[in-house]
Ligand binder design. Structure first.
Ligand SMILES: Cc1cc2nc3c(=O)[nH]c(=O)nc-3n(C[C@H](O)[C@H](O)[C@H](O)COP(=O)(O)OP(=O)(O)OC[C@H]3O[C@@H](n4cnc5c(N)ncnc54)[C@H](O)[C@@H]3O)c2cc1C
Length: 495
């Protein structure tokens, strides 16, 4: 097994895509599960902090070490099984999402969760319960995890299969592969009804596997994953619609969402049923204009939608969407429609460019990314949207606002020009998160809490509830070696 310790060899492992920076003594590159077991046994014995790294595309510092060693999962990159009949795949945690997507295509299958950054590892997506544009129709990663193997801090292994181990009330009994019993008392938490990736999943009568999904490298190293896949749709409509007024765009999303929810329930294939509903505000379009010259001049916002087609009724569905665009005063003549895979990819690139360019801008200024990941119930979304916009415009700080608005999930990103603005933007970011909490929303809908949002988790759930989550961690990782600094505020919990 390779172990790297030289500064220039390990520096890429000391930051993630949000420009969160850390430090460590060595990076280990295990080539098998047994390598991982021996690294953990040694680290646990010597109380050495272990950070598990996927491909470090995370936006919260979760895969960045603040001490000790890093376990990189990049050499564990095999797709073990693709089972077309039973519709599942089994793989190692270091498989790259786009590699899986390409492989599945050969078998006419697809994996729905699609974080915009497709270079992430599947292990990272499970550890953060990642989502993406298609989560609007298909839900987050959690809904696709059939099975997991997790190696605990002491090197013991848990094999978890969905449906095989449910909590009895609030008690969860885990059985290691060696046959040891671990008893966990779960706190009862009023989880947000929105898309959510904030803290451990704790619910009465829940499945044991759900505790580990979204646990951000704090409970064990995921070494094997079994995921549900679906038959690939025959084709897709993909379009970007531009609007002259942002209220028109927001109203378009609202209507498309209402139709989609209704039509999904009725299982009908010949009406509007969006796969994705994504929004870009004026700032986002201005930010992208140099790279995408066909963005129309006088638009205030845009919406990207997709819908799958299975019945050869493309024309009928396009007509339904055009009717909706017209009724919501979308700019019909300026719509972008993708008619093949290449054009579809261009639209995906457009969506990806906005996140990537923001990260570049912030890194260029040597700031950490300041982008919200808040989601609220649909009926509160406009209130949150206007609040964020008003408080930021008052301070004259540049921003872009975009994201998964079909899920009422907003990435409001500050673009400060100097240190003073950056400090002010941090305060505004905090206020927006507090506003989301006051509207029964979440501070993280998909990126997780990591190291950069632990104070926000305290705001959202309270110290007492997080304390109960910390008890779960202590039961599974008594020496607290895994993912130190993630989820649990260091000052409050690692005293
Ligand atoms: C341009 C851009 C766009 C993005 N868009 C989205 C989006 O639309 N939706 C979304 O959800 N995210 C998005 N992200 C964030 C990121 O891609 C996801 O969080 C992704 O799931 C992280 O995967 P990773 O392999 O890079 O993990 P890392 O960043 O390396 O790690 C993330 C966490 O997972 C843990 N972890 C990794 N592997 C394991 C393992 N095997 N066992 C246990 N713990 C593990 C780490 O310890 C850490 O806590 C975006 C990022 C970028 C840069």
């Amino acid at each position: 097994m390779i172990v790297k310790t030289e500064r220039d060899e390990i520096q890429n492992y000391l930051k993630d895509a949000s420009n969160f920076k850390g430090t460590c003594n060595a990076v280990y590159f295990p080539e098998s599960e047994s390598d991982i077991i021996s690294i953990l046994k040694e680290a646990n014995k010597n109380n050495i902090s272990v950070t598990i790294a996927g491909n470090r595309t995370g936006l919260t510092g979760a895969g960045v070490p603040n001490d000790g060693i890093v376990i990189s999962t990049e050499k564990l990159n095999k797709i073990i099984v693709i089972n077309k009949e039973e519709k599942f795949v089994q793989l190692e945690p270091g498989v790259i999402l786009s590699d899986l997507q390409n492989e599945l295509k050969q078998h006419q299958l697809f994996y729905p969760p699609d974080p915009t950054e497709t270079t992430c590892f599947l292990g990272g997506t499970v550890a953060t319960n990642a989502s993406g544009a298609r989560t609007f129709k298909y839900g987050p990663t959690r809904d696709y995890v059939f099975g997991l193997t997790s190696v605990l801090a002491d090197g013991n292994k848990l094999n978890l299969e969905r449906g095989k181990n449910k909590t009895k009330g609030n008690q969860l009994i885990l059985l290691t592969v060696k046959g040891e019993k671990i008893i966990i008392n779960l706190p009862e938490i009023n989880l947000s009804n929105t898309k959510n990736a904030s803290g451990y999943y704790c619910k009465k009568d829940m499945d044991a596997i759900d505790l580990f999904i979204g646990s951000e490298g704090t409970l064990g190293v995921i070494t094997n994953i079994k995921l549900k896949v679906l038959p690939m749709p025959k084709s897709k409509i993909s379009s970007v619609v531009f609007f002259k007024n942002e209220l028109y765009g927001l109203n378009f999303i609202k209507k498309a969402r209402d139709y989609s929810v209704l039509n999904k329930k009725e299982h009908t294939d010949d009406r509007i049923n969006a796969l994705a509903l994504e929004y870009f505000d004026k700032g986002s379009l201005e930010f992208l204009r140099n790279d995408f010259v066909n963005i129309p001049a006088n638009c205030q916002c845009a919406v990207w939608f997709e819908q799958e087609i299975n019945n050869g009724n493309e024309d009928l569905l396009i007509n339904k969407w055009v009717e909706l665009i017209r009724s919501c005063k979308g700019s019909e003549e300026n719509c972008w429609f993708a008619f093949n895979e290449k054009e579809e990819q261009k639209i995906r690139d457009f969506r990806h460019a906005i996140s990537e360019k923001i990260n570049e801008y912030m890194a260029g200024k040597k700031f950490r990314k300041l982008g919200t990941d808040v989601a609220v119930p649909h009926n509160c979304f406009e209130e949150l949207y206007n609040y964020a916009k008003n408080i930021t415009e008052k301070e004259k700080i540049k921003y872009v606002n975009y994201g998964h608005f079909g899920n009422s999930h907003m990435h409001f990103n500050f673009l400060p020009e100097n240190e003073k603005q950056y400090e002010k933007a941090k305060k505004l970011y905090y206020l927006i998160s507090k506003k989301a909490i006051s509207l029964n929303g979440t501070v993280s809908a998909e990126h997780g809490i990591g190291k950069s949002k632990t104070h926000l988790l305290v705001e959202m759930l309270g110290e007492k509830t997080i304390g109960k989550m910390f008890e779960i961690k202590k039961t599974l990782d008594p020496n607290l070696i895994l993912g130190r600094g993630n989820l649990f505020n260091s000052l409050l919990f690692y005293k």
